[in-house]
Design a protein around this ligand. Structure first.
Ligand code: K1U
Ligand code: ZN
Length: 179
């Protein structure tokens, strides 16, 4: 099990639509193990494959509270099959956009179909933080970031900030070592 690097804005790979998983094999199981290690290390409550650079429709999540036993959940090829017309607003964050939080309006309830790690098909109805997190992670599998749901002004501002930080980090990394 390994903690992998999490891609950060403005990495273009975050905009890729991920491919469905055709076969749940040892490679997918190893990816899931690494994604849990990465998510718990961050820490976060969810993670999509593309956030570790793997464009496969794999999502991990754990919404357990600090004082509760861990509740790891895996969603493979997850798709929203129904969303309520009613929307509610929750504050969201993203491990690919660290330390930026913003209110996002999304459907209150969703129905999602997915496969578990044994390849068994499920349909679930989710509300509250579970619905928010599922929608956030399924968005990642479609190359969508939560900043796409906020105002253009705020989105442009955060993209500019992260682009500037990435350029500065790149410059420092390329600077030759002084003798
Ligand atoms: O997909 C991601 O980037 C993970 C993201 C999931 C998420 C958070 C909030 C609303 C919707 C989706 C995170 O986990 S951000 C970090 C976070 O929320 C958190 C971190 C530590 C403890 C509790 C929450
Ligand atoms: Zn995210």
């Amino acid at each position: 099990m390994a903690v992998r690097e999490i891609l950060k804005l403005p990495d273009k790979r975050l905009r890729l639509a991920s491919e469905p998983v055709k076969r749940i094999d040892a490679g997918i199981r190893a990816l899931v193990d690494d994604m849990f290690a990465t998510m718990y290390d961050a820490p976060g409550i969810g993670l999509a494959g593309i956030q570790v650079g793997v464009a496969k429709r794999v999502v991990v999540m754990d919404l357990s509270k600090k004082d509760e036993a861990q509740k790891p959940r895996v969603f493979i090829n997850a798709e929203i099959i129904w969303a309520s017309a009613e929307k509610s607003t929750h504050e969201e964050g993203c491990l690919s956009i660290p330390e930026f939080y913003e209110e996002v309006a999304r459907p209150v309830q969703v129905k999602v179909k997915y496969l578990d790690l044994d390849g068994k098909a499920h349909e679930i109805e989710a509300g509250g933080l579970f619905a928010t997190c599922l929608q956030h992670e399924i968005d990642h599998t479609n190359g969508i970031l939560f900043i796409d749901h906020i105002s253009k002004l705020k989105r442009d501002r955060v993209i500019k900030k992260f682009t500037k930080a990435a350029k500065a980090a790149n410059k420092t990394a390329k600077k030759p070592v002084e003798a």
